[in-house]
Design a protein around this ligand. Structure first.
Ligand code: GLA
Length: 732
């Protein structure tokens, strides 16, 4: 890994063993892109990639009389001079002008990576990464712009973000400040996005690029289940095992935009950052604005390789603290078993049975506080309900501990019900626009986290519940989108700051709680997977993946999620049948076989299953305990897509290749078909693996494939919807 500055050509070359990122100072002083891709030799000068043509209808710089930003790749383009593509930023000067030109001033190259203030970001030691900061200046606007690039040593990854500093005495308005622009020299890409809705999150969709833009965004205040802030540009021929692809992952949890624009000259411009819609950030003299980070990764070996890069990077350089690379406790959550209708006695009876099965952690879900007996009331009143918890959280936690279980609970700290003491005391603490109706979502409103005193107050309430109680885990939920966004605490000219300030408020509360309680395992949640993004993983290493716990749907959701996020982050539980979301009756073996490829836990009352099923649950837990490190942190490959076939399959392989576990799922049976063979991946050719009663070489399993008909009691043959196999492979 290195970052070289070629002072004559004014070019930078960031490279490691796998990739090169080359950029330079253009003839007009702005930053231009030269190359991003597989590693190439270093050279003093790559300026042969520059175009100097006087084409009809193309505007050129008046000094050079031949350089046009439109014809050359830009690193962080502005609008209003010679580039007519979508801009990366937009500033409005006090005189109303929105034209700008930031030109090279200086740079800094250093080992390691600095953190972003108040924002989540990947981190790295001096051996793990190097950083380039290029400072540019707009002398007319009296503003500075710092573009920051970090290259990682071990990964084909470059992270980027931008910082604006206002040195003028007047206020300058930042109307758009994306994190990244990457101009690519051709248009031979397909765009892959991960879209959905509640209960059907992160379903991959592929679109061909053609003249014009493909754009996804969130305007909900959260990253959203509708569009995930993760996008892949892949070559047409790229599949899971071969071909080029570039990933763009936004380390942010609020409104975002991701756009690929194909221009008339055959190039692709990729942009990603905070959604400029409803965003205006006034900068006073001396103030700065730092954008969140985008993690750009590339591969020339297929989508599995790209995903593995994100998995490893996020496990090693995004997740922090005690739970970094730690196998996760097997938990039981009472939500689907009781909803809000429970007594301490009922909770303890669920816990006792779970403990007998080998569960390690009990999670008390919604309904323990205030007047929270249904979803019409109580949010905001984070005080234990004495009827449900006679000795408070402390009392229940201690009883759990005495039973040998760790204990944690559910919160939804960003919300308030109009029917709550908090709202009655502080109606202005909820987001709402003066004189207008406030829309409700699940009968609740969103607290104005752009206000410090609101965040402080909730922090104080939560601390009282957590203090003295032995709490090991917190599930932090967020169950509605933001509407009528307006803060009564801010003047009119600062209303465009509210969405982003809200996210900063959420991050600040997470950070305070994390620092006060470094051992607590946080799991984020937002009606399931409505805020499953890299930003959240910085604070909460795992996220409830979806409220849809039907394991057949879950195969699809977890499969889609695995493209951008590690298996260790995917909250997955075994729940009761018929499934509460889909009504499906899936055998308990398949329910576990899906949840193993996640954090694993139960979301039902084990007192209500049969004795045979309970014995099976004990075995499932023993299996997970023995293999969770491999399942959660092994190298994960998607093998068979549930979006293409009636069967799905995946595998995790240990670093040394000696142990592996694959899962094969029948989503829908096909009668009178031969069972076929499942080709595995990631194994060592020469190792002899034990699989069930047989022994097979790695190259056999990867090329002939596992004979599916020999699995279990005859394999996937006829008429058995929803059966599945999870098999362990071991070699000496
Ligand atoms: C959301 C979550 C669920 C559960 C409920 C509680 O829907 O996604 O897991 O916690 O809230 O109200």
């Amino acid at each position: 890994m290195n970052i070289i500055w070629h002072s004559k050509s004014k070019q930078y070359h960031l490279y490691n063993d796998k990739i090169s990122y080359i950029l330079g100072v253009s003839p007009v002083g702005e930053l231009e892109g030269i190359y991003f891709g597989k590693k190439v030799h270093d050279k003093e000068d790559f300026s042969y990639v520059e175009y100097r043509y006087m084409l009809p209808n193309v505007a050129v710089d008046p000094d050079t009389e031949s350089y046009s930003c439109e014809l050359n790749r830009q690193e962080y383009p502005s609008f209003g001079t010679t580039d007519f593509g979508t801009e990366a930023f937009d500033i409005e000067l006090p005189n109303g002008s929105r034209v700008s030109s930031f030109t090279y001033k200086e740079h800094r190259i250093y080992k390691g990576k600095e953190s972003l203030k108040g924002l989540p970001a990947t981190y790295a030691s001096e051996d793990e990464a190097m950083t380039l900061e290029v400072t540019l200046e707009d002398e007319v606007a009296r503003m500075m712009l710092i573009l920051t690039y970090t290259i990682f040593d071990r990964y084909p990854v470059v992270t980027r973000h931008a910082t604006f500093i206002n040195n003028a005495s007047d206020v300058t308005k930042l109307r758009k400040a994306l994190s990244v622009c990457l101009d690519l020299p051709d248009q031979g890409y397909q765009w892959m996005q991960f879209s959905g809705a509640w209960a059907r999150e992160r379903i991959p969709q592929i679109k061909d690029l053609s003249s014009g833009s493909v754009l996804i965004e969130s305007k909900r205040g959260v990253s959203s289940a509708n569009q995930n802030p993760f996008v892949i540009l892949k070559r047409l021929e790229t599949d899971e095992f071969n071909g080029e692809a570039i990933g763009f992952s936004f380390v942010y949890s609020g409104n975002f935009v991701a756009q690929a624009e194909c221009d008339t000259f055959g190039r692709t411009r990729m942009l990603m950052g905070i959604n400029p819609d409803r965003f205006t950030w006034p900068l006073e003299k001396g103030e700065r604005f730092e954008t969140p980070e985008v993690v750009i990764a590339m591969t020339d070996r297929g989508l599995n390789d790209l995903s593995q890069t994100y998995h490893r990077l996020y496990n090693n350089n995004l997740v922090r603290g005690k739970w970094k690379n730690q196998p996760r406790p097997i938990l039981i959550n009472n939500w689907e078993a009781t909803f809000m209708d429970f007594t301490e006695e009922r909770i303890l009876s669920i816990a006792e049975k779970a403990k007998k099965a080998g569960v390690e952690l009990f999670v008390l879900d919604d309904g323990w506080f205030g007047e929270r007996n249904d979803d019409f009331a109580g949010l905001g009143d984070w005080i234990e309900n004495p009827e449900k918890l006679p000795q408070g959280m402390k009392g229940l936690a201690r009883k759990m501990n005495a039973m040998g279980l760790k204990f944690g609970f559910w919160i939804e700290p960003e919300m308030v019900n109009p029917d709550s003491n908090l709202f009655r005391r502080h109606p202005d603490w909820a987001l709402s626009t003066p004189g207008r109706k406030a829309s409700l979502g699940r009968h609740q409103m969103v607290l104005d986290y752009s206000r410090e005193e609101v965040v402080d107050y909730i922090y104080g309430m939560l601390k009282k519940v957590i203090a003295d109680a032995p709490i090991s885990y917190i599930k932090w939920d967020m169950n509605r989108s933001l509407t009528e966004v307006y803060s009564t605490a801010l003047p009119p000219e600062q209303q465009g700051m509210v969405y982003h300030k809200y996210v900063l408020g959420v991050y600040s509360l997470y950070e305070r709680l994390r620092q006060d309680y470094p051992d607590i395992l946080f799991e984020s949640c937002s009606s399931g997977g409505n805020r499953f993004d890299a930003g959240m993983l910085y604070y909460a290493p795992q996220a409830w993946c979806s409220d849809n716990t039907d394991s057949i749907d879950r195969v699809r959701i977890q499969y889609g999620t695995s493209y951008g996020y590690p298996i260790s982050s995917i909250g997955a539980h075994v729940s009761a049948v018929p499934n509460q979301q889909t009504g499906r009756n899936v055998p308990i073996s398949t329910r576990a076989n899906v949840a193993y490829f996640g954090t694993f836990g139960y979301e039902l009352d084990l007192n209500h299953i049969t004795d045979e099923e309970f014995e099976e649950v004990k075995e499932q837990i023993a299996f997970m305990k023995a293999n969770r490190e491999l399942l959660q942190f092994g190298r994960f490959y998607r093998l068979r897509s549930p979006f293409e076939k009636d069967q799905a399959a995946w595998i995790v392989v240990s670093e040394d290749g000696k142990r592996a576990i694959f899962g094969l799922y029948c989503m829908k049976s096909n009668v009178n078909m031969l069972p076929g063979f499942l080709k595995l991946a990631g194994l060592k050719d020469d190792l002899l693996y034990k699989l069930g009663e047989g022994e097979y070489y790695g190259d056999e399993l990867m090329n002939l494939g596992v004979p599916i008909g020999k699995l279990g009691s005859g394999g996937l043959t006829t008429g058995q919807d929803f059966i599945s196999y999870v098999e362990l492979l071991e070699a000496d």
